[in-house]
Design a protein around this ligand. Structure first.
Ligand code: APR
Length: 235
């Protein structure tokens, strides 16, 4: 059993929970203009459009449930405490819910933020987001109407990069699950892990943009590939 596993997940991990991916044929970026709903400039232009986009995703998330891939990752984190670092590009809470179901207290590093959290652009206060957020909601701390979803938009700096870099520097096994490998810095993690001597594996429905960098690939839907992979690790 490898002693330090770093697992990067993307939208494909939650696809079979009914939560949309971005770049697949019917993905979110085929339905919405990302410049309008996932950039600070888009938010400044039309905060109501952006809040409504995330309100709809928050409602979808509340109606969704973790799938077999989330539960398999929770089992791995539970059975090998302190060994597994879960890094996600996703803003849903499926992994947290699977970890709770597994009575596992492991954290999930949300490098692109979380739908469940809100942020005040004026004072930096963060709090649990309500089901629906509106452009003129006052910040609970400073009272100013400068609230936004606590998610990382294009052109903004991902969260927790120091913790992620530390985990990658110690990785003996790196897995990427359900991500197209199109967005940096996440898409660059596999190269860092390789340089640190880690074995690298991609578990994806279709080959990602950086599939050629991985030592091993396990193609297929996450609800099939991830439980099989975890069972092999725990055997
Ligand atoms: N099982 C496994 N993989 C799947 C499944 C599935 N059921 N369904 C889709 N996939 C794969 C696709 O083949 C694709 O490679 O998941 C990947 C999803 O890619 P994207 O839609 O680009 O999502 P992601 O890689 O998470 O995007 C990264 O881009 O838009 C930004 O901030 C957003 O965090 C997101 C980032």
């Amino acid at each position: 059993m490898p002693e330090n596993i770093v697992i990067l997940t993307g939208a494909g991990l939650s696809a079979e929970s009914g939560l949309g991916t971005f770049r697949d044929k019917d993905g979110l970026w085929t339905q919405y203009d990302l410049e309008e709903v996932a950039t600070p400039e888009g938010f400044a232009r039309n905060p109501t459009l952006v809040q409504d986009f995330y309100n709809a995703r928050r409602a979808n998330c509340r109606a969704a449930t973790p799938n077999a891939a989330h539960h398999a990752l929770a089992r791995l984190a539970r059975d090998y405490p302190g060994t597994v670092t879960l890094v996600t590009q996703n803003i849903d809470d499926m992994l947290e819910r699977a970890l709770r179901d597994a009575s596992c207290t492991s954290d999930v590093i949300h490098m692109h933020g979380e739908l469940a959290r809100a942020l005040c652009n004026a004072c930096g206060h963060r709090w649990d987001a309500p089901a629906e957020m509106h452009a003129d909601d006052p910040c609970p701390a400073c009272g100013r109407a400068a609230t936004r979803p606590d998610v990382v938009w294009f052109g903004e700096i991902p969260y927790h990069m120091e913790a992620i870099d530390t985990a990658l520097s110690r990785a003996t096994l790196f897995a990427a699950i359900g991500t197209s490998g199109e967005v940096y810095p996440a898409a660059g993690f596999v190269q860092i892990a390789r340089e640190m001597g880690a074995h690298t594996v991609e578990l994806n429905l279709d080959p990602s943009a950086n599939v050629h960098i991985f030592d091993e690939t396990r193609p297929g839907p996450a609800t099939q590939t991830v439980p099989a992979w975890v069972n092999a690790l725990l055997a």
